[in-house]
Design a protein around this ligand. Structure first.
Ligand code: NOJ
Length: 551
């Protein structure tokens, strides 16, 4: 019997390279994660989403897998992995594996075989096309710059890679390939993992000849087949990374009666600081009313059908306090604002490592400081196109993925307590002030705000099931909403700005004790609210709000 336990759960994402190194080689590893499980237990999370730890040549830091059945040696061994699953289990934490099956590494034995000849049984495991008039089959581009087609001179054919050249796309139309993937998934389920996070899963139904990549015609057929052959028989969670789905499409992935996935992980709110129709590097300021609108549409659309993830950060996104908050004077306050606003919504919240201590972006100004293939490729492409280095680094420092991948800041010792050796990526120099040891000492830290929110979710079905209603939808700086469940109503109000802001909720109690807040105030007068920069609170109301209540 399935319990849908993941509706109450909070997920913590670990990017293993950057979390904790246990052997001094400068790269995070599985034993390092085991050492930090007590910290995660204290935070209160239920699930760890582990970014890929499989064998990989690391062209895209593990999202290019050369063997799904082996652990990357720099991360440890299969015994370490089993130990991690067991040690986590003792603390009631489940391990969700990253499942990267849109593509493999070009060093995966399947691709090596595939290149041997058109008659080779593995050839059709990938997407090959003959040249068209001596050139690429069409103008599909790679997410990491340039054409999505690379020519193999021996076969005289192009293969498709929607990401780097070293990440050839699998051909999901090949049934034998699909069966091999399901077998591999069952291997991990038998090890006792708590589910899968499915990398760019919306792409597996692609029809490259028609330039259809996301949401292709057979996508849902494949997911239903996968469910049936693998996790459908287990009480696990599955989350599909879906970059470009609408709420209606999200229901197709996550409605219970469709037997596909538990939930989607969609990005509509994450592209609001990007110029429409342009790339992630072409920035525009965030408009709060857009953010309120998008988050609210998702809250309402998936209320009774389907399930959504809640997140501000992951390993591909810049740090939220630097992005839409304030990384200086109001760092702690704005980090708590983001936490409270999101964790009191409906959906499964995801915390990305370091978010719980308010880690920030890093500033770089030289190519040698970059690791991320996406940023490096963009740097070369834009330099050639005539952009100045200043412009390029402005984009990278604002949106580049290395911002999320700097070392976890544990304490004030050298390299922030991440490694005793030379780390693979430079540490953010602010680790003296921002680190987990300091956060654990301070009862008012961001860490304890997250801990409290996680506990509140466990103790209050209203957070999991309550109806959501946005208030003040056109207000330029206040984000306010209510949640209501079985006669109980909570009000959440955030001042999403650096200015003090006054608002009034007429005819409402003058002295309400907050359920949670990021200020020192002991009570809130709803008829006369003077909110300091980033001030955020939640209170329980004595009666539901009427639309005319808010001034
Ligand atoms: C999405 C992952 O989150 C990202 O890190 C990766 O580069 C691409 N998929 C390709 O696997």
């Amino acid at each position: 019997m399935k319990s849908n336990w993941w509706k109450q759960a909070v997920v913590y994402q670990i990017y293993p390279r950057s979390f904790q190194d246990s052997n001094g080689d400068g790269v995070g590893d599985l034993q390092g994660i085991i050492q930090r499980l007590d910290y995660l237990e204290k935070l209160g999370i239920d699930v760890i989403w582990l970014s890929p730890v499989y064998q990989s040549p690391n062209d895209d830091n593990g999202y290019d897998i050369s063997n799904y059945y082996e652990i990357q040696p720099e991360f440890g061994t299969m015994e370490d992995m089993e130990q991690l699953i067991n040690e986590a289990k003792k603390r009631k934490i489940k391990i969700v594996m990253d499942l990267v099956v849109n593509h493999t590494s070009d060093e995966h034995p399947w691709f090596i075989e595939a290149k041997k000849g058109k008659e080779n049984p593995y050839h059709d495991y990938y997407v090959w096309r003959d040249p068209v008039e001596g050139d690429v089959p069409n103008d599909l581009t790679s997410v990491f710059s340039g054409s999505a087609w690379t020519f193999d001179p021996q076969l005289e054919q192009y293969y498709l890679h929607l990401f780097s050249k070293k990440q050839p796309d699998l051909n999901w139309e090949n049934e034998k390939m699909r069966q091999d993937i399901y077998e591999m998934m069952n291997f991990w389920l038998d090890k006792g993992v708590g589910g899968f996070r499915m990398d760019v899963i919306e792409l597996i139904g692609k029809v490259p000849d028609e330039k259809v990549t996301a949401n292709g015609p057979r996508l849902h057929e494949y997911l239903q087949e996968m469910n049936k052959h693998t996790f459908g028989q287990h009480d696990v969670m599955t989350v599909g990374e879906t970059n470009s789905v609408t709420p209606e499409e999200a229901k197709l992935f996550s409605s219970e009666d469709r037997n596909e996935l538990s939930m989607v992980f969609q990005f509509e709110h994450m592209v609001l600081d990007q110029q429409i129709g342009k790339s992630k590097w072409d920035l525009k300021p965030l408009n709060l009313t857009d953010l309120k609108k998008v988050l609210s549409i998702w809250q309402s659309a998936l209320k009774d059908e389907g399930w959504n993830s809640l997140f501000w950060n992951n390993h591909d996104q810049p740090r939220i306090v630097s992005r839409w908050g304030n990384e200086q004077e109001y760092r702690v306050k704005s980090a708590k604002m983001f936490a409270i606003l999101l964790h009191l919504m409906q959906g499964t919240p995801y915390i990305y490592q370091g978010e719980e201590i308010g880690m920030t972006n890093i500033k770089v100004n030289d190519l040698s400081q970059l690791d991320d293939i996406e940023s490096i490729n963009m740097y070369h492409e834009r330099l050639e196109a005539g952009y100045s280095k200043e412009e390029i680094f402005r984009s990278i420092n604002t949106k580049g993925r290395d911002n999320a991948r700097t070392l976890m800041q544990w304490d004030t010792s050298e390299q922030a307590g991440f490694t005793s050796g030379q780390p693979w990526l430079e540490v953010n120099e602010n680790y003296d002030a921002i680190n987990a040891a300091q956060a654990l000492e301070d009862t008012h830290s961001i860490f304890y705000c997250y801990q409290q929110l996680i506990q509140m979710r466990k103790n209050n079905p209203l957070i999991v099931h309550g109806d959501y209603q946005l208030l003040l939808e056109d207000h330029p700086t206040i984000f306010a909403y209510t949640r209501s469940y079985q006669g109980e109503t909570w009000l959440v109000v955030a001042n999403f700005s650096e200015e003090t802001t006054d608002i009034a909720l007429s005819d409402h109690p003058t002295s309400l004790v907050p359920l949670i807040s990021n200020s020192e105030k002991e009570n809130y007068d709803l008829q006369d609210l003077k909110l300091s920069p980033y001030e955020t609170f939640a209170v329980q109301l004595e009666r539901p709000l009427l639309s005319g209540d808010v001034k």
